[in-house]
Write a protein that binds this ligand. Structure first.
Ligand SMILES: [Zn+2]
Length: 327
């Protein structure tokens, strides 16, 4: 509204500006990352600036009483009441833009019976980087998913060498920028190397190397998210492979649309699902080291991770070999 009315700058008076700054440092003065091809230059909000009550008092000067009175009136009647102030305030705001580039990594195993159809296996390989001296290792998030995709690629390429004929192509996709808002997968779905209409399914792996509180006593589980949202057949295939081969506890807690964590919208499969592509997301749930420098490799439960990866292997195999379509 302020922008529409031509307001040049909104000064927001903050009683406790120190606390505000400490609690929101990154949001207020940190860099924001967005994808170049989706960032538009059109401004839709007025510029704003937080000021302390001390600065506000200096700007208001002798008119403090008038301002207080006007504020009371506004609160009473719910109507605007303006006080004009003369001030020498000068504000300079500069927007600094850096262009950073990053890469998605892709490879595929060719199929022969349905050469136009592709199964995508995805994981994000980025994490939070470094803050000060703290290194965010991201062993579970998402070293586990990244190495799972590489291991699966290795296994399927071995099968290919052993002259297994896959009906469909199997694509291995490692994406960047997930932690900044699913940017790598968003870019991929905006600029797909394989037409999205030929992309049969996305199997996404994000955090599969740890055990959460709920499963402390049974690591043989995995949360399954999204499998039934677009294709019941995908869901059924995942269940059938689990019964036949893996016998993991497939937990659908986070697939509930009412779940407040909204994980369905928070990893890279979502950019595929958004485009109508049946997608499934494998996830071990969070833990005390989630998004902390302490997410280190010594805490990875490799035995559990192997079981999950073997299960995902079977699902990808089934998808690559299935008769008919998912939808
Ligand atoms: Zn992640």
């Amino acid at each position: 509204m302020a922008f529409q009315k031509g307001v040049a700058l909104v000064l927001i008076i903050e009683e406790d500006i120190k606390t505000l700054l400490n609690d929101n440092r990154r949001k207020l003065i940190g860099a924001q990352v967005s994808m170049e091809d989706t960032t538009s230059d059109t401004v839709t909000i007025a510029n704003s600036c937080f000021i302390s009550s001390t600065v506000a008092r200096e700007i208001i000067g002798k008119k403090e009483k008038d301002v207080i009175k006007a504020r009371e009136k506004i609160n009473e009647k719910g109507k605007n009441k303006r006080v004009n102030l003369k001030t020498d305030l000068v504000v300079n705001q500069f927007k600094e833009v850096d262009v950073i580039s990053s890469k998605n990594v892709i490879g595929f195993i060719p199929g022969d019976e349905k050469p136009d159809e592709y199964i995508v296996v995805s994981a994000h390989y980025d994490h939070l980087g470094k803050k000060g001296d703290d290194i965010y290792n991201g062993a579970d998030d998402n070293g586990s998913g990244t190495s799972s995709v590489l291991t699966l690629a290795n296994a399927f390429s071995q099968a290919d060498k052993d002259r297994v004929h896959f009906k469909r192509n199997i694509v291995f996709l490692l994406v960047t920028g997930e932690e900044k808002g699913l940017l790598g997968s968003e870019f991929y779905t905006h600029h797909p190397i394989i037409p999205l209409e030929n992309t049969v399914a996305d199997v996404n792996i994000d955090m599969v190397g740890r055990v959460d509180d709920k499963y402390q006593h049974n690591p043989n589980y995995i949360y399954v998210i999204g499998s039934d949202r677009i294709s019941q057949k995908l869901h059924d295939m995942n269940e059938a492979d689990n019964q036949k081969y893996s016998q993991l506890v497939l937990d659908y807690t986070y697939n509930d649309e009412a779940d407040p964590n909204r994980y369905y919208y928070r990893s890279d499969h979502y950019n595929f699902a958004k485009n109508g592509i049946p997608s499934v997301f494998f996830f071990n749930g969070t833990h005390a080291d989630y998004h902390r420098p302490t997410d280190t490799v010594d805490k990875i439960n490799f035995e559990k991770m192997e079981k999950v990866d073997r299960h995902i292997f079977h699902l990808i195999w089934s998808l690559a070999m299935m008769d008919g379509n998912l939808k």
